[in-house]
Design a protein around this ligand. Structure first.
Ligand SMILES: CC(C)(COP(=O)(O)OP(=O)(O)OC[C@H]1O[C@@H](n2cnc3c(N)ncnc32)[C@H](O)[C@@H]1OP(=O)(O)O)[C@@H](O)C(=O)NCCC(=O)NCCS
Length: 143
């Protein structure tokens, strides 16, 4: 498996948006707006690959000088439970750390709390609804 940064608008980015659509939006009856995707131009876009095949993805958005937010973490159903999500998280954390950020946060789906918990993230507040489903802010100090 190769982990790499993806260029906005590249063929890999199109693969990534398709995977995110299939895994994170379509099951909820939702899609992406053009504005949402445009706002990703300055994000750190990350993919896991086996040759040309995308095994998973996530992205990092700057929140402030100290903090990045991890978003859009997805591994296809058939490939889950093999360590791909963990590898993506470790890669993303290393990038954020190398860029000088001190903290990573995410809006974690309730169903994914256990996954982020295993990677050292703690819940930072009350449950809230996003994209129609329950979420929690989770966070980890990168230092
Ligand atoms: C959540 C997700 C990214 C995890 O990816 P994955 O490749 O299956 O995770 P890994 O195989 O790297 O798992 C790492 C560890 O977390 C555990 N884990 C994975 N998903 C979990 C979950 N939903 N709940 C509890 N534990 C979980 C694994 O059992 C593993 O534990 P271990 O190290 O003790 O063996 C993936 O299941 C997914 O894409 N889910 C659907 C989309 C989604 O919910 N994305 C997150 C939005 S916030």
């Amino acid at each position: 498996m190769a982990l790499k940064m993806i260029d906005y608008g590249s063929p890999e980015y199109k693969q990534m948006t398709q995977l995110r659509l299939d895994m994170l939006r379509k099951p909820l009856g939702l899609t992406f707006t053009a504005e949402e995707l445009e706002n990703e131009k300055d994000d750190v876009l990350i993919g896991a690959f086996e040759d040309e095949k995308m095994l998973g993805c996530c992205l990092l958005t700057k929140v402030d000088e100290k903090t990045m937010r991890l978003r859009q973490m997805a591994v296809p159903n058939s490939l889950q439970g093999k360590g791909i999500g963990r590898a993506l998280m470790v890669f993303a954390e290393n990038i954020a750390r190398d860029l000088g950020y001190q903290k990573l946060i995410m809006h974690a789906r309730k169903t994914a709390l256990g996954f982020y918990g295993k990677l050292g993230y703690t819940i930072g507040g009350d449950e809230f609804t996003e994209v129609t489903i329950p979420h929690y802010v989770m966070e980890k100090n990168l230092r």
